[in-house]
Structure formats: structure tokens, C-alpha cells
Write a protein that binds this ligand. Structure first.
Ligand code: MUC
Ligand code: MG
Length: 367
């Protein structure tokens, strides 16, 4: 069970349909495949998606920090020494996606070694999650057409709508068109990625008050401390902290300050080990949780559903598990499929996935 090597492999897969939102846009998935090898001949995998507009990480930076700092710190530890590993990684500030990918590859390797699923190791609550699809900026008719396609082809009936443009009517018109076009049975919520001010957010939420929204997420920056508290105090839907609340300490600060009332857990930035801590905190505080999407590929989406399915709290709401559908290809031997609005965990040990060597050869950027 001893870790002998950690690999960080850059790869790039274009998006068929780029995702645009208030803090950035993604046209190509330029991710890092992380592989953790052990002396038993086991390999665990995960992927790190660099999101410079959210965490400051780049693809080159993730590879450098893994190769220069993290790989030497974890090599020689066993798969069971995860808290020692976490405390060593914590000596370096930031770099959440790089740390998370190592952590998840270690859990995958542990599951494969013990011949159990990661979901069983973590909590084993269920084997699937309902799926929420994230709709990026576009014209109202195009966003309604995409939502209809997702419902018709995959049975998805929960949608997170990206907002945060100016004037706010650009986005409120989209949400209204979605409600009118999709009917009252679909679940809709909005994510501003900090694009609006607190007062713009309040105007927009009033304008959408009759649209039956489920949640609002990161409509304005958490750094607008009093403005955000003022906004959250007047909303009648839960306000999700996403990029403002990555660590358990961030979550505690945001919630106790009245600047958020629900939490997004993203395994791409907290791995499984720290996502567990955020989950337990949310449970203790009585918060709603949504399993979020870091614009993940299929490996990242498998990680999200593996964690989300582990607990009652994380599997209650639809998880954001479908943005890989917008990519032109991926690395798995058996692609993920969403049916009847659900994504199942994989049946095999660990995360239950295999990397297709031909696909990796085609998309890796280091050869
Ligand atoms: C989301 O929920 O915000 C967009 C930026 C980011 O960091 O994650 C995505 C989705
Ligand atoms: Mg968000």
C-alpha cells in the first residue's frame, strides 16, 4: 500500500460548446491527469481542472507544484496515512485542485487495493444522484433549447442558470424564458459567479420572485462584506456559497456572518478528505448542500458522484454532474451516461474507471 510515484500529465480536450459565465469562459479542457502508483502495482487516478479565474491555478502550475512539492511529500506514505498526507500538503498554501486530485487518486488506489468502491469507503449511502445541468451565457432561446435537449436526451429536470451580466435584465429574461419554456416542474437556480453588486442582485432577485427559484449562488462577491449580508438577509431562498467557501473555516465564516445559508461542495477543490470535513460541518450546522461542478470532465464527474452518493445530505439535491456532455471527447474506456436524469456510480473497485491509453496518447500534451 506504499505510494511509489505520482504522475501529473497535462491533456487538452476541446469543448463542443464552450461554457461562459460571469468570471470567465472555458473553450478547452486543459486539465491534469494525476496518477498515484503503489508498490502493489495499483494505480489510482483523478483529474485536476485549473481554474485561474477562481483559484489562481494554471495547468503548468498544477504540474509544477505536484512534481516539485507534493509528489516528494506523499511518496513513501501508505494509502492509509491520509491525514499525514493532508497535513503535509497543507504546508503549501492554495493549490486546491492539485491537492484534491492527489487526494482522490489516493482514495481510488485504496478502493482498488481493498476491492471496494470509493462510495462504500466514504459512507455508502446510495449508488446514484439526480443530475443538475449548468447553462452558460447565451441568448434566451438558445438556453431554453439546450435545457429542452438535456431533458429530452438525458431526462434532466434541474438547471443551474449562469447569471451576473449587465444589465441584469439580460439574465432575468433568460430565467423567465426557461420557466415559461420548461414549465413549473423543472427546478431552476441561478449562479452569479460574483458578477453583480449586492444591489444589482437584489433587483434581479425581486424581478425573478415569481419564478420559483430553488437557490441563488455567489451573486455578488463575499468581499463586499456588509452588502452581501444585507442581500442574504432579504432573500427568501437559500444563498449558496461556492468559490467564497472552499475550506471548513471559510464555510464557518460565511455562515456565521450571515453571508450565505447553503454550501456547494466541489470534490475538484476539496478532494474526498476535505469534502468530508465540509460535509460534516454542513450537517452539524443544518445547511443545504449542492454537489457542484468545477467544469469537470468525466473523471471529475465520477469523483463528484462517488462522493455525493456517499451521504444522505449530499445526494438529496441534484448534483452538477453533466457538463462533460459539452466536451468533444474524454479519456475513459467506458464513457459516462446520464439516463432518466440520473448518474450512477461505477460498479468497480475504487472509482471504477479505466483510462483509455489511445485517448490519453491522443490528448496528452507532454509528448
Ligand atoms: C460554478 O458553479 O461556479 C464556474 C466557475 C467555477 O469556478 O466553477 C464553475 C461553476
Ligand atoms: Mg458557482
Amino acid at each position: 500500500m506504499k505510494i511509489t510515484r505520482v504522475e501529473a500529465i497535462p491533456f487538452a480536450i476541446p469543448y463542443r460548446k464552450p461554457l461562459k459565465f460571469a468570471s470567465g469562459e472555458v473553450h478547452v479542457a486543459e486539465h491534469v491527469l494525476v496518477r498515484v502508483h503503489t508498490d502493489d502495482g495499483i494505480t489510482g487516478v483523478a483529474e485536476a481542472p485549473p481554474r485561474p479565474f477562481t483559484y489562481g491555478e494554471t495547468q503548468a502550475g498544477i504540474i509544477a507544484v505536484i512534481e516539485k512539492i507534493f509528489a516528494p511529500q506523499v511518496t513513501g506514505l501508505t494509502l492509509l496515512e491520509r491525514e499525514t498526507m493532508a497535513s503535509r500538503l497543507a504546508r503549501t498554501v492554495g493549490n486546491p485542485a492539485a491537492k484534491a486530485a492527489i487526494d482522490m487518486a489516493v482514495w481510488d488506489a485504496l478502493g482498488r487495493t481493498l476491492d471496494v468502491q470509493v462510495t462504500e469507503l466514504l459512507g455508502g449511502y446510495t449508488d446514484r444522484m439526480r443530475v443538475s445541468h449548468m447553462l452558460g451565457f447565451d441568448e434566451p432561446s438558445a438556453m431554453v433549447a439546450e435545457a429542452q435537449r438535456m431533458r429530452d436526451e438525458h431526462g434532466i429536470t434541474t438547471f443551474k442558470v449562469k447569471v451576473g451580466r449587465r444589465p441584469v435584465s439580460l439574465d432575468t429574461a433568460v430565467v423567465r424564458a426557461l420557466r415559461e419554456g420548461m414549465g413549473d416542474d423543472v427546478e431552476l437556480y441561478v449562479d452569479g459567479n460574483r458578477g453583480w453588486t449586492a444591489s444589482e442582485s437584489a433587483v434581479a432577485m425581486k424581478e425573478m420572485a415569481d419564478l420559483g427559484l430553488l437557490f441563488a449562488e455567489e451573486l455578488c462577491p463575499a468581499d463586499d462584506v456588509l452588502g452581501r449580508r444585507w442581500l442574504v438577509s432579504q432573500l427568501d431562498v437559500p444563498f449558496i456559497a461556492d468559490e467564497s467557501a472552499v475550506t471548513p473555516a471559510d464555510v464557518t465564516r460565511e455562515i456565521l456572518a450571515g453571508s450565505a445559508t447553503a454550501i456547494s461542495i466541489k470534490t475538484a477543490r476539496t478532494g474526498f478528505t476535505h469534502s468530508q470535513r465540509v460535509h460534516h460541518l454542513a450537517e452539524g450546522l443544518g445547511l443545504e448542500v449542492v454537489m457542484g461542478n468545477q467544469i469537470d470532465g468525466q473523471i471529475g464527474s465520477v469523483c463528484t458522484v462517488a462522493f455525493g452518493a456517499s451521504y444522505a445530505l449530499t445526494s438529496r439535491r441534484a448534483g452538477e454532474l453533466s457538463n462533460f456532455l459539452d466536451m468533444s471527447d474524454d479519456l475513459l474506456t467506458e464513457p459516462l451516461e446520464i439516463h432518466d436524469g440520473e448518474l450512477h456510480i461505477r460498479p468497480g473497485a475504487g472509482l471504477g474507471i479505466e483510462i483509455d491509453p489511445a485517448k490519453l496518447d491522443r490528448y496528452r500534451q507532454d509528448r
